[in-house]
Design a binder for this molecule. Structure first.
Ligand code: SAM
Length: 262
């Protein structure tokens, strides 16, 4: 069927059976699972998803795709004509545990990641295709080149797995960037739940200038001498933010909070 792809909706449709099968296999689907596919497009992934005995919800923003999806899948799944960023996530997820499978439109990656982090407890697994560079940043660990605020923010809520890369020719039309599939699984060990505003501010400031040490990046707080003194501070402030793990950021945060009204 001829169809004019819309750039504004990030429409790069998968055209490779092997890649599609691989994505589905990582989703680890079981009978009666509730699965959300974000942006089914013409149904490349949907065709594989419906072969499983699952409750499938498709969220598609594009008016022109809805009749195509209805013809193909009306009796087989729920077709929701909505912008995924505008649904009421809490209401839609109430009392449900959902698996997400999606070849995401890249322009919604950041707000989408924010939404799933906010609701991380409602997901069993999230298997998504993203721009390679973003996927790398999400899955990176301290000391590595791609490690930063995004790695910490996503890994605070999810265990992350970098699965595989997908070159542009596997899509129609091909995107200008490489893509990668990742898997997120909610962490069961999130203990740190207070004063998150200051915690994330501290993390962001620690990465403000990647080349600078913590001592320099954190000057804006005018920290008291107990913290700046290398004998008492449990984290060496001559290190750079990019070398600190989540646990070390929590240690630093807790230490600063002992001496300031953070
Ligand atoms: N799943 C199909 C595939 O793999 O061939 C299409 C993937 S394509 C990268 C992204 C899809 O998401 C398109 O169908 C696009 O119309 C849809 N889309 C874009 N923005 C969306 C949004 N905010 N909410 C829901 N769907 C969206």
């Amino acid at each position: 069927m001829s169809y004019k792809h819309k750039k504004r909706f990030g429409q790069h449709f998968l055209n490779d059976n092997e890649i599609l099968e691989k994505i589905i296999s990582y989703a680890d689907l079981r009978e009666n699972d509730t699965v959300w596919e974000i942006g089914p497009g013409m149904g490349a992934l949907t065709d594989k998803l419906i072969q499983n005995n699952i409750r499938l919800n498709l969220f598609e923003i594009d008016n022109d795709l809805i009749p195509i999806l209805k013809t193909k899948y009306s009796n087989k799944c729920n077709i929701i004509h909505q912008d995924i960023l505008k649904i009421n996530w809490q209401q839609e997820l109430e009392n449900k545990i959902v698996k997400i499978v999606s070849n995401l439109p890249y322009q919604i990656s950041s707000p989408f990641l924010y939404k799933i982090s906010e609701n991380y407890n409602s997901f069993e697994t999230v298997v998504i295709m993203l721009q390679k560079e973003v996927a790398k940043r999400i899955c990176s660990t301290s000391g590595k080149k791609d490690y930063g605020v995004l790695s910490l923010k996503i890994q605070f809520f999810f265990n992350t797995e970098y699965l595989f890369e997908v070159p542009p020719e596997k899509f129609t039309p091909p995107p200008e960037v490489n893509s990668s599939v990742i898997k997120l699984t909610p962490r069961k060990d999130i203990k740190f739940s207070y004063n998150t505003k200051f915690f994330w501010q501290l993390v962001e400031n620690s990465f403000r200038n990647r080349r600078k040490t913590l001592r320099n990046n954190l000057k804006i707080y005018a920290l008291p001498k107990e913290i700046l003194n290398s004998d008492t501070c449990p984290i060496d402030l001559n290190r750079r933010g990019e070398t600190l793990s989540e646990e070390e950021f929590i240690t630093l945060h807790n230490f600063i909070c002992k001496f300031t009204s953070c």
